[in-house]
Design a protein around this ligand. Sequence first.
Ligand code: ZN
Length: 376
Amino acid sequence: MKKLLMYLLVSGACYGAMAQEESEQSDTSWKKMYRESAPKINDLVHTKLDAKFDYNKAYLNGKVWITLKPHFYSTDSLQLDAKGMTIQKVALSKGSATSPLKFEYDGMVLDIKLNKTYKAEEEYTIYIEYIAKPDEYTGKGSAAITDAKGLYFINPRGEEKDKPTQLWTQGETEGTSVWVPTIDRPNQKSTNEFSMTVPDKYVTLSNGKLTGQKKNADGTRTDTWKMELPHAPYLFFMGAGEFAVVKDSYKGKEVSYYVEKEYGPVARKIFGNTPEMMAFFSKLLGVEYPWAKYSQMVGRDFVSGAMENTTATLHQESAQQDARELIDGNSWEGTIAHELFHHWFGDLVTSESWSNLTVNESFANYSQVLWQEHKY
Ligand SMILES: [Zn+2]
C-alpha cells in the first residue's frame, strides 16, 4: 500500500494531510494495543467465487465455495467474516451435492455449525449464496485508507458525466470480507478462482491468470481468473471497466497496464520500466518473481495511493499522466517500484498481524531508493 498521506504531502495539499495527522493523534489506541496474530481454528485452503454485479443497486450477487481444514484441534464449527451481507444459503458442498447447514449471522460474523467434527488436515467445502451491499456498509477506514467498504462501484448508473463506470476492490486491512465471506486475517492464505460477470463492453482483472471467457445471452460476459499460489485475503482483487490493456512481458509472463483509453498511447511511458524492475528485484533478492503474471490498473476515486493486490496492483488516477506531463519525468515511478516490491515483502512473505505491517512498508519504501540507485 502507498499511503494517500504521502501523496497529499508531495502535492502540497496540506489541509488534507493535517486533518489526517490530527485524527491519528486523537486515536492513540494503537499505542496501547499489540494486535497479536489471530488464533487459527480453521485454515483457508481455496476460495472459488462466482460474482455477478448488479450495477443498478451496487450489489454483488455471490456464490462462493470455500475449502478449509482445521488448523490443529478438531472442530465442529466455523466462523467466517462476512460484513453487512444478506446470507441466503449456507451448505456443505460435496461434489455436485449440497446439504444445508445451521448458521447464525449478526451482520459481521457468520457462525456455521458443521455436519460433524473435522480433524486436523481434514478438508471440507462450504457453499454460501449471499448478496454483498458495500454502499450500505458503514465500517470505518484508517489513516492510509480512507474507507473500508471493500468493493467500490464508481459511477455505476452512469449518472456522473465525464466519469467512466468502473468497479474495483480494496482489501487491506479487512475490507475483503465486505464482498466475499472469508477468514479476513493476514495470517491466512488461500488460492482462489474468481468468476466475474460484467457487461460485455468491460474488461476485467483479478489475481492470477485469465483461464476462461464466456459470452452470455443477456449481453454480459463471464471471465474466470485463477490464482494457483496461496496469498492472504486482503490481497484478493477484482476490477472491471473500459480500459486500454497494453501488454509487455517478463520471462514469458504477461506484464500488462490497464489505463483509461486516452492514456493507452502513453501507458508504456508510465509503466514501461516494470519488466526491468522485475528483473532487477528478482536478481537483488535472489528469489525469482514468483507469481503467474503482473498487471497494474489505474482506478478512479481510489481510496489510497496504490495497493499491491497480488498480480493485480491498483493505482490511483494520479498515475495517469499525459505526454506533456511526462516530458518532465514520470512522477509515479517510485510508487510502481514500491507496489512491485510488495510482491515479495507483503504478498509472498506476509506479516502475521497488522501490528507488523511496518515490515512490509519499510521494505517497499527502501525498494524505491534501490531502484533509483540502479537505474539513474
Ligand atoms: Zn506499501
